[in-house]
Design a protein around this ligand. Structure first.
Ligand SMILES: CCCCCCCCCCCCC[C@H](O)CC(=O)SCCNC(=O)CCNC(=O)[C@H](O)C(C)(C)COP(=O)(O)OP(=O)(O)OC[C@H]1O[C@@H](n2cnc3c(N)ncnc32)[C@H](O)[C@@H]1OP(=O)(O)O
Length: 754
């Protein structure tokens, strides 16, 4: 008996041997061992060499080579009856190394490798632990059998990277599980649990025990059996009778949800090829479609977002403290104060993360309403996930003293500084020493709140986005005195909650809302100059936003911004129609939003806003003649002559103003790098991922062009100082417009000179 696997296996029952190729798919940490093992193989490997290999980072080619070599040896060794392919350290394989895509691809190509596995005349069994994603799942689909651990996660997330499963995934999956389910998985990139994979027919068996042992046992049991019926590429693709309608519906859905994104469309086309063409021709189509995506700007943007999401986890503060030097405190129990919309969502998100939560609301009626709402949110979520609702993790109280034993509090009361200060004063009195005090504010000054407590180092902002249990973004706002440990704790909690958590400095609006103000302001100015909400929204939606600025503010409520402007002293009663209506602090101001609010038009909830709705709460926006004549009267009153505005101007004015503020934020050190801003915009503000976030987008437009357009618009509107190009933008252009991943160097240099 010879063994090619690291750990030799023999079946106690039959004593036949199973060959195991270990694909080590955990990323960087095990690379050294990988290389050593591979060198061993390369150096005249004997049949009993261990074949560790890593399929990720820069060694994708190395792993493919190792698989090809080892499979060849296994298939030619008569003593080997079956082969089990597994990963190492609890992971099967996360897919192709995305970084390899940027350069010259070397090593054996994936598709022939998978074909050779499928064509093997010995049973090939995939033992799936951890992740089998993308190319990893495609490899498993090339095997004749798949055994998964109950905690395994499987999926084809290529679409989220602007690609499609192009190692046969788009052709094999529909043949295996049918067109509707394959379309769902491939066009959304949704990852499924082992239980769902079993139900869908992706895997043959799920085990609670050692997956490799289970796979070995299984492989021995099927050794010698015919394999013809196990080769997925030979299956006819089950074609539903109404397949034309099905594909049209799928196309309509992807076009509607990811405006302008190419990959979801290509995914539908590839699955359609699986359903209508013989396998070989389907593979040609898959390749053709992939070739278009592979070099596209959209794929580059989405892959940038993937790495940016990971980069923001390596946060730092201006003091130099950061993720690598700050140890988070353990958080097992948390309290939420204030159970309005945000507080309820935060309570649900915390409970779903597995924490014990004390939910506090001082009024009995509100507390009971909140309890009911939280319960039904948890039940709905649990139903969707097929899990039990985490109801018993939450206790409800009217008494703020219930915070006594919690590790962290998230205050989510009304946006009013005096009220928040009072809550923080009480929290400081009742919490045990060391409890972290977090405020869920979207705009208030975290430093001012911290100053009102005896331990300002324990205060941080946790800016959630509504609905807090759904939205993926969390801004963790550090104040001047927040300790790195407090920031580390909030960041770690955010990560546990599944949020893209970004550490940012304290300033008005933090990062997201500070930039948004400029975008909305330009949209108002455009209305004054002759645009309509329909024109502005049309341009932004064509760009890829799910909703334009006016439809979005109708959804979130026009009164929210109005309240903020009033609090900032910008929108005084009666002022909107007065003489100085269009000037604030010497700069141009548009009171249009204030005037619309004065009419009681708060958007969808009142049935009227920038658009009209059939009834309050209805979602379908229709053009409103009242609004158009209001705009005409407004212009006439202020002596403004409407001019023709095109979509290009709408995009340049709204987006470049926002980007310019992003540069100011980098210059001020409020965000550490462009990735932080881009993650905030993609995950919190609907910026289309295939455009990579505002800062990445600016780099693709070209910084000199952005600078030139800002200069142009600033000249045309000298009363809008925000359009003046930021110094950092000028500096980047002067230093040759380096690619976005090198901006941090320029920013660092800039800060070191200040
Ligand atoms: C003219 C042109 C012709 C074109 C024709 C070309 C044809 C080419 C044929 C190609 C065939 C296609 C093959 C296949 O279909 C394509 C793919 O497989 S694409 C990849 C699909 N996989 C994924 O999307 C999974 C991505 N990864 C994850 O979801 C997660 O990382 C994980 C696997 C679930 C693990 O999560 P965590 O444990 O939380 O760890 P991290 O996420 O923090 O990751 C750790 C570390 O690893 C890096 N990393 C992760 N995945 C990849 C990857 N696929 N490639 C490269 N690097 C990866 C990640 O960035 C982290 O590193 P750090 O950033 O911290 O340095």
């Amino acid at each position: 008996m010879t063994s090619l696997g690291g750990r030799r296996r023999t079946s106690p029952r039959c004593g036949r041997q199973v060959q195991r190729q270990i694909i080590q798919s955990t990323w960087s940490s095990l690379r050294t061992r990988t290389h050593r093992a591979v060198r061993r193989m390369g150096g005249g490997a004997k049949a009993n060499a261990t074949a560790h290999a890593q399929w990720a980072q820069s060694s994708g080619a190395v792993v493919r080579q190792a698989i090809v070599d080892t499979v060849k040896i296994a298939l030619s060794d008569p003593k080997v009856k079956s082969v089990v392919i597994c990963g190492q350290n609890g992971n099967f394989c996360g897919g192709a190394d995305i970084k390899e895509f940027g350069g010259e691809m070397t090593g054996p190509p994936l598709i022939p490798m998978i074909h050779a596995i499928e064509a093997a005349n010995k049973p090939m069994v995939a033992a799936i632990e951890g992740n089998a994603l993308g190319g990893g799942l495609e490899l498993a689909l090339g095997c004749h059998y798949r055994i998964a651990h109950s905690k395994a996660r499987l999926g084809l997330p290529e679409v989220t990277l602007g690609l499609l499963p192009a190692a046969g995934g788009s052709q094999r999956l529909p043949r295996l599980i049918g067109v509707p389910d394959a379309l769902d998985l491939i066009t959304t990139g949704r990852i499924v649990t082992a239980a769902e994979a079993l139900r869908l027919g992706i895997v043959d068996q799920v085990t609670e025990h050692n997956t490799v042992d289970a796979a070995v046992k299984f492989a021995l049991s099927v050794a010698g059996q015919p394999l013809d019926a196990r080769r997925i590429s030979t299956f006819p693709c089950p074609r539903p009778p109404d397949s034309d309608a099905l594909f049209e519906e799928a196309m309509r859905k992807v076009r509607g949800s990811a405006r302008g994104a190419m990959a979801p469309v290509a995914c539908v086309q590839a699955v359609r090829a699986a359903a209508t063409l013989p396998y070989e021709r389907g593979m040609e189509r898959e390749k053709e479609l992939m070739a278009t995506l592979f070099t596209s700007g959209q794929a580059r943007a989405l892959q940038y977002v993937f790495f940016a999401q990971r980069a923001v986890g390596r946060w730092s503060m201006p003091s130099g403290a950061g993720w690598d030097t700050s140890k988070p405190r353990p958080v097992n129990k948390a309290a939420v104060i204030g159970l309005g919309t945000m507080g309820r969502g935060i309570t649900v998100a915390l409970a779903q993360t597995g924490l014990s939560v004390v939910a506090i609301e001082t009024q009995e009626k509100q507390l009971m309403e909140a309890k009911q709402a939280v319960t039904s949110m948890l039940e709905r979520g649990a139903k969707r996930r097929g899990a039990a609702p985490a109801l018993d993790r939450i206790s409800y109280s009217r008494n703020i003293q219930a915070v006594a034993d919690v590790d962290l509090v998230i205050e989510a009361v009304f946006e009013d500084m005096a009220l928040k200060l009072e809550v923080f004063r009480q929290l400081s009195a009742f919490c045990k020493p060391g409890t972290l005090l977090c405020t869920n504010t979207s705009a208030l000054d975290v430093d001012e709140l911290a100053r009102g407590t005896p331990n300002p180092e324990l205060v941080v902002g946790m800016h959630f986005f509504a609905p807090a249990h759904v939205m993926k973004l969390l801004e963790v706002v550090y104040g001047k005195r927040s300790s790195p440990q407090a920031v580390a704790t909030a960041m770690q909690l955010g990560k546990k909650m599944g949020k893209a958590s970004v550490a940012v400095g304290n300033c008005r609006g933090f990062v997201g809302n500070r930039m948004l103000r400029l975008y909305v302001e330009q949209a108002f100015f455009l209305l004054e100059e002759g645009a309509t909400p329909e024109l502005v929204d049309g341009a932004l939606e064509e760009f890829g936003f799910p909703m334009g600025v006016f439809r979005m503010s109708d959804l979130s409520g026009l009164d929210v911004g109005w309240r903020t402007r009033k609090a900032a002293g910008q929108a005084q009663p009666g002022e909107a129609s007065g003489q100085s209506a269009r000037i604030r602090n010497g700069s141009r101001y548009s009171p249009i939003g204030d005037l619309v609010c004065e009419q009681g038009r708060f958007g969808q909830k009142t049935g009227r806003g920038w658009y009209q709705y059939d009834k309050p709460g209805s979602r379908v926006a229709r053009s409103d003649p009242w609004l158009h004549s209001f705009l005409e009267q407004y212009r006439a009153r202020h002596g403004l002559v409407a001019r023709s505005i095109d979509r290009q101007e709408v995009l340049e004015r709204c987006l470049y103003a926002l980007v310019n503020e992003g540069f100011r934020i980098l210059e001020d050190g409020i965000a550490a790098g462009p990735e932080d801003i881009d993650v905030i915009y993609v995950f919190g503000y609907g910026w289309p991922g295939h455009r990579g976030g505002p800062m990445f987008y600016a780099s693709t437009v070209g910084l000199p062009k952005v600078l030139e357009r800002l200069e142009h618009y600033h000249q045309a509107h000298p009363d809008v100082p925000d359009l003046q190009p930021c110094g950092l933008l000028r500096r980047l252009v002067a230093s040759g417009s380096p690619p976005v991943h090198r901006w941090r160097e320029v920013i660092k240099k800039l800060h070191s000179q200040l």
